[in-house]
Design a protein around this ligand. Structure first.
Ligand code: NAP
Length: 257
């Protein structure tokens, strides 16, 4: 099993059963990291991810928890700690898109609350809990928040998602500013258009937009692209940075003329 003293021994990745979270878990596993895989409803996908982490050389455990439900957080952390000890890296990746892309004038409270609870309220209080745990144990850990280009791009048919991701972005700044004195660094990885279940329903739309130049790098992002950025952070390749945003978007964020 490959080992490095700078890598975390134990990473907790939320939403790791599928998509981007799965790729992050496997990339960490390939470096010998033990990974706690948090999933919500798809136990089979979570078990598949655990098998992939183990094949890659890491150790894995799965925990069912709804990150939006604060009552689940205590059990989630206790289970992770009993499996692999102190959490040294938390990746807040779990997220949901609105079930229906409704115009901002039609958006209802149910979708608004669900998306905000899952994508920002849950990660906020989970980070608070894990940060306290790190401080208590003197762990100079790291937190990575997976946000989105939606943190600064206005899509009027999914306002709740944009608001949540903008909130997650400010959450990164806040925890980065507060936790640095404890040796804990906090980062935001901002994906562009990535091929996962989340974007499968809008594949044709984005195929066309990418072909027409939406991004300077003319291809879909892959979950592994995001995993590479998280791995660079986990390897402490950014030791004098905190609160930093890593755009992993094929250049989407560039203003062009
Ligand atoms: P995905 O394929 O839909 O996978 C979502 C993952 O999150 C699954 O593992 C799911 O678990 C988990 N999850 C959902 N709700 C949860 C909850 N309440 N509690 C715990 N886990 C929960 O999504 P993805 O595309 O990989 O997206 C991952 C993250 O990247 C999200 O935060 C998303 O907003 C962000 N992002 C994605 C894109 C993109 O283009 N795909 C772009 C920018 C940002 P189950 O398997 O159990 O359902």
């Amino acid at each position: 099993m490959p080992e490095s003293s700078v890598l975390p021994r134990h990473a907790m990745v939320t939403g790791a059963s599928r998509g981007i979270g799965r790729a992050i878990a496997v990339a960490l596993g390939a470096q010998g990291v033990s990974v706690t895989i948090i999933y919500n409803s798809n136990a089979q996908a979570a078990n598949e991810c655990a098998a992939l982490v183990e094949q890659a050389g890491g150790r894995a455990t799965t925990v069912q928890a709804d990150v939006g439900n604060l009552d689940d957080h205590g059990r989630l952390l206790d289970t992770a700690v009993s499996a692999f000890g102190a959490v040294e890296l938390l990746v807040n990746n779990a997220g949901v898109a609105p079930k229906v892309r409704a115009d901002i004038l039609e958006l209802g409270t149910e979708s608004y609350d669900h998306v905000l609870h899952t994508n920002v309220r849950g990660p906020f209080f989970l980070t608070q809990r894990v940060a306290r745990h790190m401080i208590e144990l003197g762990t100079e850990g790291q937190v990575v928040n997976i946000s989105s280009i939606s943190a600064y791009t206005a899509s009027v048919n999914r306002a709740e998602y944009c608001i949540a991701k903008a909130g997650l972005s400010m959450m990164t700044s806040l925890f980065a500013a507060r936790l640095a004195e404890h040796g804990i660094c906090v980062y935001e990885v901002r994906p562009g258009v990535i091929a996962t279940d989340m974007t499968s329903g809008v594949k044709e739309k984005y195929d066309t937009m990418i072909e027409q130049g939406l991004t300077p790098i003319k291809r879909w992002g892959r979950p592994e692209d995001i995993a590479s950025a998280v791995l660079a952070i986990a390897q402490r390749l950014l030791p004098f940075s905190t609160g930093e945003v890593l755009n992993v978007d094929g250049g989407f964020h560039l203003r062009r003329l």
